[in-house]
Ligand binder design. Sequence first.
Ligand code: SAH
Ligand code: SF4
Length: 348
Amino acid sequence: MLAKAQVAEVLAEHGQPAYRAGQILDWIYRKRIRSWDQMSNLPESLRSGFARDFPLRPLTYCLTKGSRDTTRKYLLELPDGRYVETVLIPASPALYGERSDRHTLCVSSQVGCAYGCRFCASGLDGFTRNLTAGEIVSQIIMAEELSGEKVNNLVFMGMGEPLANFRNLSTALEIITADWGLNIGARRITVSTSGLVPQIKKLAEIPQQIRLAISLHGPDDETRDQIMPVNRKYPIEELFGALRFWNGRKKQKITLEYILIDGVNASPGHAALLAKRAASIKAKVNLIPYNTVDGLAWKRPGDRACRAFQRVLTSVGVPATLRLEKGHDIDAACGQLRLKKERGLATD
Ligand code: SAH
Ligand code: SF4
């Protein structure tokens, strides 16, 4: 998949006029053609040059879990036979009001993940490779085609650590937000990271006003060290330094993602410290009761304990959402469907 600068480069190599860039981008992102042959207003030699280097459809549809009006998870095959998953979440009236037309897509940024958080399915089989910018953008195009719906909210919360694939992520963000590209507003895009400090600062400097979510999952080094190896490299104080830097550059509130895991990070003491941390950077908190993962022993606390945890935050004025309904009927936690497929367990 192509960004504007690449198109211009290839045109120059072929001695073609620059105005063709607009035509080509229009074919790819507006008309959504599937093959370069369909670009009838381009000379044949140019078309075959592009076709060789830039496949328009790098992903092949494999299977869907879920149905209309519920969360739908698409499993997509990459050119090298690996799999990624992308999840379409329809507007939730409870969260966004009856008339919300929000369609959120959760995209993957890598095959597997090198960060090995103890609770996460994506890291279970380690890291395989980065997705290209084209493979990231194609997830959106495929989800729109398969569902017939326009994606207008995007979260990088699928498989992988987006900030460990920084270059392709920033090219993808350019294509996704550009008016010649998918034209999705930057404020409707959230990049989630487990806390890669240098890359958070780098991302703070990109021109798009995107949102940032941090997978915090522990309010202190002791708790975080137990479940997230990345914390040994970038401990909490350093992480929060980067978040203050972010706040100096970007306007939107940071979200702290916090999975509630029974007996690990869900005590009232954890809640009180989390409240302080969140207040110090004016962040909001998204509490997520843990979804069980095959092969892992962690579990979520009871609903009452989850609500009590939330109250500690809201009682001191920290905005905190909690969703108790379960998404795991379709293996909604990241990485699970793809793992099943690669281990030969996926059905449908
Ligand atoms: N690597 C990035 C992007 C992935 S986001 C990051 O970690 O932020 C995927 C989110 O789902 C993360 O917040 C992750 O911590 C969370 N998650 C992973 N396994 C989960 C599980 N079993 N139940 C609930 N959330 C989970
Ligand atoms: Fe990787 Fe994020 Fe899962 Fe950690 S939570 S293993 S960083 S995908």
